[in-house]
Unconditional design. Sequence first.
Length: 492
Amino acid sequence: MVALSGKPGQGGSYRPAALRGLRLAALTLAISAGFALQPVGAQQGWPDAAPTDDDFLPAYSPPIVGNPLAKIKAELDPAAQVPFERLADGLTPQGRAALFDIFERFGVGYSGPNAEVLLATDPAALQRLIDFLVGASPDRRKFLARQLEFKGKAAIGGLIQRLGNISTEHAVLALETGNPNVLTGEDAAFWSYLNSAVKPVHSWGLARATTAPWQVQLSRSGASAAKFDARDAALEMKKYGHLQLRSQHNHVCGGVQIDANWVLTAAHCVGWTPMDHFTDNRMIRTGALRLGNGGQVRRIVGVVVNNGFDENSLRDDIALFRLEDGPGVPAGQEIKIPTASYPRLSNQPLQLTGWGKTGETDDFKDARDANGTPNSFSPGLLIAKLRYVPMQTCKAYGTKLFEKLGAWVPGQICADSAERADACQGDSGGPLVWYDPKGAPWLIGLVSFGKGRTCGRSGLPGVYTDVQYYARTGWIDRAKQQFRAGAVIKVK
């Protein structure tokens, strides 16, 4: 789960004191090209009826990708669009590119309010901002954009105010260094302001025993368990700076215990190993909070994969495991499976849990996240709050989100977070849960996929397998009836 859980500020690089003057000189040269501004003027349970527009969260438009000026203008009042375009035209190419680099990374709803702040800023203060952005490296501008977004929808005003208390050269140095141990005075104060907004991308917290008792771990076992020798240890130390736990090496996916001996998960969690050998090379752990520890290890007796599953597009991404006989979820804590229409999810939080990777990154296979922190599976079960994305909004993303499918297909739902919580590698198959007004948990979805290989970076929602769809169409019941011990089969 992407949690931006790494310690803040580790993305910059510290320079010894002897190099400090050279670095400041280089920054001054970079800044000199920066700016040439011209003045500018409640529902109980599951309803039987199909959902309506009023059943969902207020609709919002999909982000405009690849055209930052259009994205900004789309969130401005018509009267402010031309003045902002004039403001942008008055910047040097370097200043315009640096400013748009920040705005292009903002999520939906953040560009407009921040642009309005710029329109109300006096030219001298605006020049200090642009000079600062030009002097910053692209990687640190990524960090800055994320921090501003966490601080609020018009947070660029606070940045402009603080830039009035520090020289541009030192502001850039503080951003680039990002090390509180070597910054003093105004540099340290400015960095403290920048750094104070770092949160986990998931905005995850550690789950408690009663948070998700239905959560299960799917791990490698037997011949497929991770082998580890001295060479592997050396490579891991180089990548992460420490050795990972054995349980982190063997973790594959999450899943949901829907009955004593039945587990739902994503079909792509099965596709990672030859199907004939699956039941001998995977195991399920139920009732555990720590990765690879506690709970009960259960053998997988048989596996059923949806016949329509496509490993490339992740269509019909659902599978069912039959476990060896054992205990179920504690009485009174079982999760419910919806079989009727969607609930009224307007303004209702959804809960996501998992042990997936915790770093914000452009590629979930990266060893380190955007902060330079080791990016690995979480040793403890994490929890985040998401929100349901209305179906029409989900569909409107088209190929921006459904790259391989080309469009939304039945059996999928979308969810995102106002705090940019996101699922990541290792969360697949895990539960997306809604609690009804009586506090009963309903299994809404299973983690399926997101935009490209990013975690917490795309500005687009995540896609989840719609459990209600497969329950209502009878697939879950058919899978239970047709499973065969010792085999992995496909059921339509």
